[in-house]
Design a protein around this ligand. Structure first.
Ligand code: ADP
Length: 539
């Protein structure tokens, strides 16, 4: 027997329609790419999104068309999210840090007809223009006064495009499974793969994200998503914040410590979200000026493992509650996190940090299991490692126009991560399955070694890779970038690590390097490191 309830379809446009009426106190503050601060309300954003939808319609954009963005976190990018998805087209966010040939590939693969571009990224488009002939219109996200000189003919100006457009637009009604957003994973090997979000998955993810047992967003929150809107939709904040009634602070192009601190302090940010490298920059800056983070209640740390030293600093030195979170592009991205619970609150400092170093409990909506290579479920004892499988309504069931679907098995998605799950339900990432180090039949976690290594005062960044070894199959090699002015030796690092990990986990060698290679999403590019040091132990 079916329930007798309305079959109202979930739709992204409804989020902004709601916020415009009921979340009137909230504001959207943007550090403009052109300089200065812009502020307005959800009602203003709705009006402009409707004007933009009218403009896009006049450019010939139709339901199902892909509309791309190459842009920072700004109010204009926010308007594009709602205008494009709201009219039934698909917002395709492009990561400008990808290699130009990858950007060419994904624009052509997605068949983007229109590209919105921030001033910063216009040279990038100019360089690849001959290879993206399917793009009919390029809109520069600025006003007439800031329109740049360009080799590209027929550039459109965002503010001119909106001017004179009707402030009324009737959002079409469609099936909630209709595609709304497209985001390509950076992929360390092979071509990027497209994840195609729906209205349903986006709205459900947003509702789940704001709850107090997740990101804890509400009308009093002033949330600063440092995580870019070009990477997994800024972890869904542009959808979650208007539902929660929170204000949003968009940092524009200012991702460095000084710019972030200026925005946090000036705009009294309460909730921050970003990856560990960004927080390292912020913490270094705040420390250097003897500053504070007094307005901030919580900081979400995800995308890579949060080192214990970072959790300690936020918590002990600045009184900020760190929420360690895990997820991925294929998961919209939220999978698990370490929210405050009586269990966490009751733990002593050391036990609490040990729990917070884990990637947390799954949020409602995400199911998790760990399995062996034959697919058998493994125990949740906090020790047994297994391939981490997930399923849920905001998890991809395949890639866009791709045959590479091996990760999708029997209704589960193989995350490519190896993890443990403890009896309390806390999941801990041990490694990416391709990065775990197999030494003499046992596994060593490169992430755990890196997290300990960055706790050493002279270490700015650490990378551990497994290198072929004649006797042990693979052995760990530790690469270190020293902090500016710091000097450190192999012996000092090994001595520092030796009371933290088992003796057989200790790296066989430590190499000091000027810098380390990163992917477009800021993760260590270990394939390149492994290739470079391939023969380090075999000669
Ligand atoms: P990319 O496009 O670079 O793959 P994703 O954001 O989708 O970017 O990357 C997801 C991966 O990042 C996860 O599978 C996991 O390996 C890693 N990751 C994310 N959050 C964490 C975390 N808190 N700790 C450790 N690894 C993490």
């Amino acid at each position: 027997m079916l329930g007798i309830m309305m079959d109202k379809q979930l739709n992204i446009a409804d989020i902004l329609e709601y916020a415009a009426v009921y979340n009137r106190d909230a504001e959207i503050v943007t550090r403009l790419v052109e300089g200065g601060i812009h502020r307005y309300t959800y009602a203003d954003a709705l009006t402009r999104s409707k004007q933009l939808a009218n403009a896009l319609q006049s450019l010939g954009v139709q339901i199902g068309d892909r509309v791309a963005t190459l842009a920072w976190n700004t109010h204009r990018h926010f308007e594009i999210y709602y205008a494009v998805s709201g009219m039934g087209a698909i917002t395709h966010t492009i990561n400008p840090r990808l290699f130009p040939e990858q950007i060419v590939y994904i624009i052509n693969h997605a068949e983007d007809g229109v590209v919105f571009v921030d001033l910063t990224f216009l040279p990038l488009l100019e360089a690849i223009a001959p290879q993206i002939s399917g793009v009919r219109h390029i809109v520069v996200m600025t006003d007439a006064a800031h329109m740049p000189e360009s080799s590209l003919p027929g550039l459109l100006c965002y503010e001119d495009l909106l001017q004179g457009q009707e402030a009324d637009f009737e959002w079409p009604q469609f099936d909630e499974k209709t595609a709304a957003g497209l985001c390509y994973t950076s992929g360390t090997t092979g071509n990027p793969k497209g994840v195609l979000y729906s209205h349903r998955s986006t709205v459900l993810h947003a509702i789940a994200s704001c709850r107090s047992s997740a990101l804890n967003l509400g009308p009093m929150s002033r949330v600063l998503p440092v995580v870019p809107m070009f990477h997994v939709c800024a972890w869904g904040i542009p959808y979650a914040a208007p539902i929660a009634g929170s204000s949003i602070l968009f940092p524009g192009a200012g991702m460095d410590g000084a710019s972030l601190h200026g925005l946090i302090d000036g705009e009294k940010a309460t909730a921050l979200l970003g990856v560990p490298t960004v927080w390292l920059g912020l913490l270094n800056y705040v420390e250097s000026i003897g500053g504070h983070l007094d307005s901030v209640d919580s900081v979400v740390i995800g995308g890579s493992a949060a080192p214990r030293s970072m959790l300690e600093k936020f918590q002990d030195q600045y009184g900020v509650f760190p929420i360690h979170a895990w997820g991925m592009t294929e998961m919209s991205p939220m999978g698990s996190l370490c929210a405050m619970t009586p269990y966490l609150k009751g733990a002593d400092r050391d036990a609490r940090l040990r729990i917070q170093s884990k990637q947390g409990r799954p949020v409602f909506g995400v199911e998790m299991k760990i399995v062996d290579d034959e697919g058998n479920a493994l125990p949740h004892d906090g020790r047994t490692f297994g391939r981490l499988m997930v399923r849920g309504p905001w998890i991809a069931s395949g890639y866009y126009r791709s045959d590479e679907n091996a990760a999708f098995q029997d209704g589960w998605f193989d995350t490519g991560d190896v993890s443990t799950i403890d009896p309390e339900g806390y999941m801990q990432i041990v490694d990416r399955s391709k990065d775990v180090i197999k030494s003499g039949g046992e596994w060593i976690s490169s992430i755990e070694l890196e997290n300990y290594a960055v706790g050493h005062p002279s270490v700015a960044e650490a990378c551990v890779v497994g290198i072929a070894h004649p006797k042990w199959d693979e052995r760990p090699l530790l690469l270190i970038v020293n902090r500016e002015g710091a000097t450190c030796t192999k012996d000092a690092i090994i001595a520092y690590l030796s009371d933290k990990v088992a003796k057989w986990w200790l790296p066989d060698d430590v190499v000091f390097v000027e810098s380390l290679p990163h992917t477009a999403t800021g993760k260590l590019l270990k394939t390149e490191v492994r290739a470079r040091f391939e023969r380090h132990y075999t000669g």
